[in-house]
Design a protein around this ligand. Structure first.
Ligand SMILES: Cc1cc2nc3c(=O)[nH]c(=O)nc-3n(C[C@H](O)[C@H](O)[C@H](O)COP(=O)(O)OP(=O)(O)OC[C@H]3O[C@@H](n4cnc5c(N)ncnc54)[C@H](O)[C@@H]3O)c2cc1C
Ligand code: FES
Length: 320
């Protein structure tokens, strides 16, 4: 379970695009919610025990509501399906406090934002913020078709003439084509900050196109894992705080071994993308499998994601 949770009421459910619904969440007593910043997500705790993360799409100055948009993913383990099929207006839900793994650099001279499909959600909140600050930005937004593209009306309503900042691509439409990420990156000023959120293939192409840019100007958020969790097992985990030692058997992750032993751990996605399970490494060499840590953070081996990472050393000593 994630640490800080709260209860909210579902005030409104909206149809945003094919397979995408928005959910407006308010405090049950109508009071203020915990503040958030553009790029933040919250975890929804679902009645079947699943925890799923969703980016906040509304303006960060709003204190009375959180708005998330959920794409129904019929290929997944069922979290988004459950939300679409069972969540109703008036329901009470448990959510985490907002967390930001995809921080907007508000002082950038120019921001280039690239969205693929449901990856528009954190970028929409960023655009609202950049608009509010009067900053310069461009959005390149790829969707399958016009009907699958969420929030187009909201983007157009931001201000007259805003369409000059919007570059839409419908890659499944007749004559549609994919975004040329290399050309977008090449065309961006040297001091621009670049953001990308979308399918793994888009994020990988974006990362390849931005290798020559300073790392602190390149920002990505993965919604899905691009590799499977390490489940080779065959190593020991020593828990420094409790003094317990567990063997991680083949087929198990560190997280599942902990839960099997009745040990409480923080987690949400269980696949290495959300960062909730980040744990300090005291000794040993992790086998990182997440999309959360940067290359430099992985190399430093100071933390690991226990939901998906294994061990390159026979023993890992963790701050648990
Ligand atoms: C920080 C963050 C923000 C996010 N924001 C949003 C958002 O704004 N809107 C949104 O819709 N989603 C968002 N997501 C994704 C969201 O949390 C869920 O992952 C998504 O809704 C799918 O959940 P699911 O249970 O339906 O599918 P999951 O089981 O999570 O599967 C998603 C995909 O992963 C693959 N997969 C992984 N493991 C399995 C498995 N064991 N079996 C089958 N398939 C598997 C499949 O390809 C599937 O399509 C966000 C994720 C993160 C980490
Ligand atoms: S629980 Fe999401 S990264 Fe481990």
């Amino acid at each position: 379970m994630a640490e800080s949770t709260m209860q909210v009421r579902v005030k409104r459910i909206g149809y945003e695009a094919e397979s995408i619904n928005s959910y407006e969440l308010v405090a049950p007593g109508g009071g203020d919610l915990v503040p958030f910043t553009a790029g933040c997500h919250i975890d929804l705790h679902l009645p079947n025990g699943m925890i799923r993360s969703y980016s906040l799409v509304n303006e960060q100055s709003e204190r009375k509501r959180y708005v998330v948009a959920v794409n129904r993913d019929d290929a997944g383990r069922g979290g988004s399906r459950l939300i679409h099929d069972t969540v109703r207006v008036g329901d009470i839900m448990t959510i985490s406090h907002p967390r930001n793994n995809f921080v907007l650099q508000e002082n950038a001279a120019h921001s280039v934002l690239i969205a693929g499909g449901i990856g528009i959600t954190p970028l929409l909140a960023m655009i609202r913020r950049l608009e509010g600050l009067g900053r310069s930005w461009q959005l390149f937004y790829a969707a399958r078709t016009r009907f699958a593209a969420a929030f187009l009306d909201e983007l157009h309503a931001l201000r007259p003439g805003v369409h000059q900042n919007l570059h839409m691509t419908f890659d499944h439409a007749p004559l549609g084509r994919k975004l040329d990420l290399a050309a977008i990156v090449e065309g961006a000023a040297a001091d621009a900050h670049l953001y990308c959120c979308g399918p793994a293939s888009m994020l990988e192409a974006f990362e390849a196109a931005t290798t020559d840019r300073p790392a602190d100007q390149v920002h990505v958020e993965y919604f899905k894992a691009k590799e499977k969790p390490a489940a080779e097992g065959g190593f020991e985990v020593r828990l420094a705080r409790s003094g317990r030692t567990l063997t991680v058997q083949p087929g198990k992750t560190i997280l599942s071994a902990l839960l099997d032993a009745g040990i409480t751990a923080n987690y949400a996605c269980a696949e290495g993308v959300c960062g909730t399970c980040e744990t300090r490494v005291i000794e040993g060499i992790p086998d990182h499998r997440d999309q959360f840590l940067s290359k430099e953070e992985r190399a430093a081996n100071r933390t690991l994601m226990i939901c998906c990472s294994g061990s390159k050393s026979p023993t890992l000593v963790l701050d648990l």
